[in-house]
Design a protein around this ligand. Structure first.
Ligand SMILES: NC(=O)c1ccc[n+]([C@@H]2O[C@H](COP(=O)([O-])OP(=O)(O)OC[C@H]3O[C@@H](n4cnc5c(N)ncnc54)[C@H](O)[C@@H]3O)[C@@H](O)[C@H]2O)c1
Length: 343
């Protein structure tokens, strides 16, 4: 049977749009028909790369009746208004992480996507597609290593200077929403609940370290979280490292510890690391730390559209990671344990 062809629009033509463009250009059933950016030079580059029509105003793009899917590659604070207007205009949406920059916005997106007859909302969490993550999930769910006892995650990277000052939106609370938690470590926070189940409470502490005076948001965070089942998670994130270290997640199970180290998965045995998954081997588009999951996630999303199936990483599925981010910050501000926000 011939696959249905889809017409896509990309709104926001900065860093991550290049990954969406490359992924879509590798798919036979998608044509990039519109690109949009308020910066003229970025828009022109995207027009040249895709042959699509260029727009400066996103309102015009989401109103285009011949567009099937809108890809939102914009600063965080714009994810909610563009998603909601696009869904209301009848466009399917796939938005970059985080789904939104506030809880109110995230709830409004879920409501818009759950209206009778609403188009489909997907949220990018490409790391869920990493082979090491899939393998860890299989091991946890099969029970072969016993019950899940908890996890410890660390995301220690380096972000400073032009990364913040040149973007026009990073480092500013109103436009980024938060700092290292919402931007760099949200993928890993998402994996904590994807692998371990729902998190209920958290006690966290955040501060601005080496970027103090330059940004309004945190660049360091520590937290301990409790799962609904009573297990625990430790979280350490920083943008003040010497360089970007591999993300580490230790998953404690009754019969041993699994260790994710970058794209790889190991079993920790008598103090030695035994490789059990060497990570994805597809060509990498963009920064290596972003992984290769966009291609798999976008193929899956369009496959669902093609077959009329619901896409699994929807607003409700993406909400817990944002809730954890904003709950860690609230706990730090209030100096006490807090319950996570509910969708
Ligand atoms: N999934 C991942 O691993 C990953 C990696 C990087 C970035 N991201 C996410 O992608 C999103 C974009 O990040 P980025 O690094 O590409 O940022 P960026 O600043 O490079 O790109 C954003 C683009 O949006 C444009 N823009 C801003 N306001 C606009 C408006 N009103 N209308 C049209 N265009 C507008 C800017 O001019 C810019 O070109 C963020 O949500 C970020 O968290 C995800």
């Amino acid at each position: 049977m011939e696959q249905r062809k889809f017409r896509a629009a990309i709104i926001g033509c900065g860093g991550i749009s290049k990954v969406h463009i490359a992924a879509l250009q590798g798919m036979k059933n998608v044509e990039i028909a519109a690109v949009c950016d308020i910066r003229e030079e970025r828009l022109q580059m995207a027009v040249e790369k895709t042959g699509a029509k260029g727009y400066a105003d996103w309102h015009e793009v989401v109103a285009l009746k011949d567009i099937d899917v809108v890809h939102i590659c914009l600063p965080h604070y714009l994810h909610a208004p563009v998603t909601i207007e696009a869904l209301n205009q009848g466009r399917n949406v796939i938005t970059e992480k985080p789904m939104a920059s506030t809880i109110e916005d995230a709830r409004a997106m879920i409501a818009a996507s759950e209206k009778e007859g609403a188009p489909m909302l997907g949220v990018i969490f490409q790391n869920r597609y990493n082979s090491s993550v899939q393998r860890a999930k299989e091991i946890i769910e099969s029970g072969e290593m016993g019950a899940f006892l908890g996890a410890a995650a660390s995301v220690c990277w380096r972000r400073e200077g032009a990364y913040y000052s040149e973007s026009g939106w990073r480092g500013v609370k109103a436009t980024e929403g938060a700092g290292s938690l919402i931007n760099q470590s949200i993928h890993t926070l998402d994996l904590l609940s994807f692998l371990g189940g729902p998190i209920e409470k958290v006690r966290g502490s955040v501060f601005t370290g080496l970027n103090e005076g330059q940004i309004e948001v945190e660049d360091n965070a520590m937290a301990v979280a409790l799962y609904a089942g009573g297990q625990r998670a430790l979280i350490h994130t920083s943008n003040n490292n010497v360089a970007d270290d591999a993300i580490e997640v230790n998953i404690h199970l009754e019969k041993g510890v699994l260790k994710m180290f970058g794209p790889k998965l190991y079993l920790v045995e008598n103090g030695e690391l035994k490789l059990i998954d060497s990570g994805d081997d597809k060509a990498i588009v963009g920064k290596t730390v972003w992984g290769n999951g966009h291609v798999s996630q976008l193929e899956d999303y369009y496959g669902c559209l093609d077959q009329g199936k619901h896409f699994w990483i929807d607003g409700r599925s993406a909400f817990p990671a944002l809730s954890l981010v904003l709950s860690i910050i609230r706990s730090s501000e209030e100096g006490k344990w807090v319950e996570l926000y509910k969708a």
